[in-house]
Every structure is written in structure tokens, then in C-alpha cells.
Design a protein around this ligand. Structure first.
Ligand code: HEM
Length: 466
């Protein structure tokens, strides 16, 4: 299918004087969108690192599904190991596999079903503090809410008191960790002001984590959550996880599992406010199916339009906007040699906007997901959660959480954008609104159910049992 070639693929180095760190640091979304114009496989050289940017779903599948062992995580994530330690996101090989098997049960379908009630209860608790006519930054609200939920469901702890400070520290670590120049060329042990700041933020989060771990160790209670599972699990030789290992998994799950979901919700509120027809259809479905009561897990299958709103929002604003790998073995992509040590990049932001797979890709159209659309596009034309063995472990958790929060909040409030507040994407490790999303809260009247018998269809993004 792909023509045979044996050279480094063509790209905008040389002719365009190379892509500087400035482009990568300041406008990576534009940079990758621009690169895609050169073809499905593009060569980029960043200083002395050679990278291949891959932009076709079949090639992405080849890397993530067919040959995952030929690659390790990309340079930026690996350079952040002092933050994530040997947690799931950054560890590799047998150690990663062992940890993935230990953590996986906490994300099984039956287990995450038990989290639904907490997700809705915490969302309702947030709404108790909201008043109609008030102005708020809904991104901050979502950040606090999703942090409280991930800590409560997986670690059985309530961080309401510390949520704002922990949230700020985590956001800062993600932002600083995504600065390509700093991360790749300034060793984390060097006592620069930024590195010292990072150290302080890590120490603060660790102090909270170690408190949660030591309280649970002291009580030795098995509350059935992830922390209990990890504390009680024993290796074949009888050894248990150390506090450091627990810390690494916890900080990874805090970071991976809270900002992503919060950003997805923030983008959804923004998209809804700008698309009143979609918003009205969403409200109609929620009012008809729920009629003002709180949503529960069983309702998800009866809210197909709500599910499609989440799916479409993840297409246009994927919180994980790109993936990176480094080859540990020689490989060949579409006939181009990928030598050991070379980088490979893939960008959901670009593939999700490709007119080959999506009509009018810039439009927010949840309807496009109706019927069997997902089956008609290549598997990796839509991959907000990655794929293959390193696929997001929190995939079902995140879909359930975003849909339940969306249903809980949208039943009660319509969020109106504050005019002139800039909502612009910041592509750091995740894709979030740089200046937040400022909204005015408007209390809704739930319209009376129309007594229609709704066509009950499963949501497009069915919750998968891992
Ligand atoms: C909308 C929300 C989310 C999105 C878009 C998202 C996206 C992703 C993606 C694309 C990856 C793969 C990265 C790669 O291959 O390099 C990933 C990995 C991961 N995610 Fe998520 N994620 C979300 C929510 C969550 C949640 C809620 C959790 C946990 C509570 C979580 C925990 C993780 C972990 C631990 C990994 C590493 C898995 C491994 O390598 O074994 N994520 N996520």
C-alpha cells in the first residue's frame, strides 16, 4: 500500500530552516497541523533529534497495536520521571506490566460502576454552592470536582480542604513539565529557580499522599478501593508495594485522571454555549429521560445524545492531543526506516480534524456519531484514549464521569459565555483552556416530559470492560 522508500522522510527541515523549539513550545498545534500538509509520514529534526510525524490511522495502528514493543514513551514524558516516578504512565517493560495488572482491577466495569454514585454526589455538592446569575471559571470548578472524585474513588480520601492547593500544584507540574526546551536540556537536579519550584510542588503533593497512605496503613482496613488493593497485594516472594511505589502510582493517577477529564468537560461547556441547537437537543434528552432527578449509571444507555456530545467534544478537543514514542529497535514505517533512538509523533488534534474521515471537521456535530459511523472510519481515525497495551486505563472511568457530570450540571444550569473572555487552547502535556472558561450561570427550568417513548439505543462510546 505504501511506496517503498529508504530515506528519512521529507519534511520542512532544510527548506524552511527547520522547526525551532519556539514553534514546538509556543504553538505545537499549529506546527503539527502544518506538518500534516507534507504528507502522512513527515520527517522533522529538532536540534539533533530525528523524528517522524505519522498522520495516517493505519500507520498509527501499526505502531501502537502491531509493534508496541519496538517503542518506549517519548522524550518529554521520560524527562518527567522525577514527577511520575515509576508510575503506570512512565514505567516500561516488565515492571510496567506488573503494575498494570495490579492496578487494572480498580478499573474493571463492575468496580467503576460503584464510583458512579460518588461522581454524581460530588457534582451535586458543587452545584449547592452555585447561584444563578453568578460568574465563574467553569474550568476551575471542573478541576476541583474531578480531583475530589479521583481521590475519593481510588484512594478513599477526601481532599476537599486541600483540593485547590493540590490542583494548583498539579497544574503547575503539568505546565512546566511540557516545556520542551527546559525538560529536554535542563536536568531536573540543577538548582534553577524553576526546578526548585517544581521540587517544592512535588514535596507538597507528596506530603498529602504520604498522609493518606500512612493513615490507611495504620488502620489496615480494606475499603475495596485501589489504595486497599495496592496495599494488600503481595508479590510471589511475599513482598508488598513500598510507599515510594504507592506514591508513584498515586501521583500518576492524580495527574492523568483529573486534568484530562476536567479539560474535556470545560471544552464541552464551551462548545455547548457556542452551539445553541446542540445544547437544546441535549437539554431535551436530559429532561425527557431524567425529568429533573439525578442521573445514575443505568441511565447512560438511555442518554445516547449526551454520550455523543462527549464523544464529539473529545474529537475536537482531545485532552491528550498528541502521543510520542522513541524507537528502541529499528523499524520501518511506510517504507521509511525508523532507526533505534528516533522519535515518532502522532497527533489526535490533527487526525481528528482530517477531512478524509470527518465531514466539516471543525463543526461540533454530535449527530455524526449516530448509527455505525465509528465502524465506518479507520480504527485510529478517532483515538482520544490512545490504543494498544498502553491505552488509557481510565478510559471507561473518564467516559462515565464526564457523561454523569454533564447530565447532572446541564439539567440544572445553562452556562453562558462571558463576552470577550478569551478561550484558547494551551497544548502542554494535556490540552486545556489557557485562561479558563468564564461563564455566567443561568438556572434552567426542567421542561415536562413529553411522554414520548424514546428509542433506546446504546451510547456510541459504550463503556468497555477492560
Ligand atoms: C478524558 C479523559 C482522559 C483522556 C483523554 C485520557 C487519555 C489518555 C491517553 C491518550 C493515554 C495513552 C498515552 C500514551 O499512549 O502515551 C492515557 C494513559 C493513561 N491514562 Fe488516561 N485519559 C483520560 C482519563 C484518565 C483517567 C480518569 C485516569 C485514571 C483515573 C487515567 C489514567 C491513565 C493512566 C494511568 C495511563 C497510563 C496507562 C499505561 O501506560 O498503562 N486517564 N490516557
Amino acid at each position: 500500500m505504501w511506496p517503498r522508500r529508504d530515506k528519512f522522510p521529507p519534511g520542512p527541515y532544510g527548506g524552511l530552516k527547520g522547526w525551532s523549539f519556539r514553534a514546538l513550545n509556543q504553538s505545537p498545534l499549529e506546527m503539527f497541523s502544518e506538518l500534516a500538509r507534507y504528507g502522512d509520514v513527515v520527517g522533522i529534526r529538532v536540534v539533533n533529534f530525528r523524528n517522524i510525524f505519522v498522520n495516517h490511522p493505519d500507520l498509527i495502528e501499526e505502531i501502537l497495536i502491531d509493534h508496541p514493543r519496538r517503542y518506549v514513551k517519548g522524550r518529554v514524558l521520560r524527562a518527567n520521571r522525577h514527577v511520575f516516578g515509576e508510575g503506570l504512565l512512565t514505567s516500561e517493560g516488565d515492571f510496567w506490566l506488573r503494575q498494570r495488572r495490579l492496578v487494572q482491577p480498580a478499573f474493571h466495569r463492575a468496580q467503576i460502576a460503584a464510583y458512579a454514585e460518588t461522581m454524581v454526589r460530588y457534582a451535586q455538592r458543587m452545584l449547592e454552592g452555585w447561584r444563578s446569575g453568578e460568574e465563574r471559571d467553569v474550568h476551575q470548578e471542573m478541576m476541583q470536582l474531578t480531583l475530589e472524585i479521583v481521590v475519593k474513588t481510588l484512594f478513599g480520601a477526601d481532599v476537599t480542604r486541600d483540593a485547590q492547593d493540590v490542583g494548583k500544584s498539579l497544574a503547575l507540574l503539568l505546565e512546566l513539565g511540557a516545556n520542551f526546551r527546559r525538560t529536554l536540556f535542563i536536568p531536573h537536579w540543577m538548582p534553577t529557580p524553576t526546578n526548585l519550584r517544581i521540587k517544592r510542588e512535588i514535596a507538597f503533593i507528596e506530603s498529602i499522599l504520604y498522609r493518606i497512605i500512612s493513615e490507611r496503613r495504620a488502620s489496615w482496613s480494606d475499603t475495596g478501593d485501589l489504595l486497599s488493593m495496592l496495599l494488600h497485594v503481595q508479590d510471589e516472594d511475599g513482598s508488598r508495594m513500598t510507599d515510594k511505589q504507592l506514591r508513584d502510582e498515586a501521583i500518576t493517577l492524580f495527574l492523568a485522571g483529573h486534568e484530562t477529564t476536567a479539560s474535556s468537560l470545560s471544552w464541552t461547556w464551551w462548545l455547548l454555549a457556542r452551539n445553541p441547537t446542540v445544547e437544546a437537543k441535549l437539554h431535551a434528552e436530559l429532561d425527557e429521560i431524567l425529568g429533573g432527578r439525578a442521573p445514575a449509571l443505568e441511565d447512560l444507555a438511555r442518554l445516547p445524545y449526551t454520550g455523543n456530545v462527549v464523544t464529539e467534544s473529545l474529537r475536537l478537543y482531545p485532552p491528550a492531543w498528541g502521543l510520542a514514542r522513541v524507537a528502541v529497535e529499528n523499524h520501518e514505517i511506510a517504507g521509511y526506516p525508523v532507526k533505534k533512538g528516533m522519535g515518532v509523533a502522532m497527533a489526535q488534534w490533527v487526525v481528528h480534524r482530517d477531512t478524509r474521515w470527518f465531514d466539516a471537521p471543525e463543526e461540533f456535530r454530535p449527530e455524526r456519531w449516530e448509527g455505525d459511523f465509528l465502524k465506518r472510519i479507520p480504527r485510529f481515525a478517532y483515538f482520544p484514549f490512545g490504543g494498544g497495551p498502553r491505552q488509557c486505563i481510565g478510559n471507561s472511568f473518564a467516559l462515565m464521569e464526564t457523561t454523569l457530570i454533564l447530565a447532572t450540571v446541564a439539567q440544572k444550569y445553562r452556562l453562558r459565555l462571558v463576552p470577550d473572555h478569551p478561550v484558547v487552547p494551551l497544548a502542554s502535556i494535556t490540552l486545556r483552556p489557557r485562561y479558563g472558561v468564564r461563564v455566567v450561570l443561568e438556572l434552567r427550568q426542567v421542561s415536562a416530559p413529553k411522554n414520548l417513548s424514546p428509542a433506546i439505543r446504546p451510547p456510541t462510546q459504550a463503556l468497555t470492560a477492560d
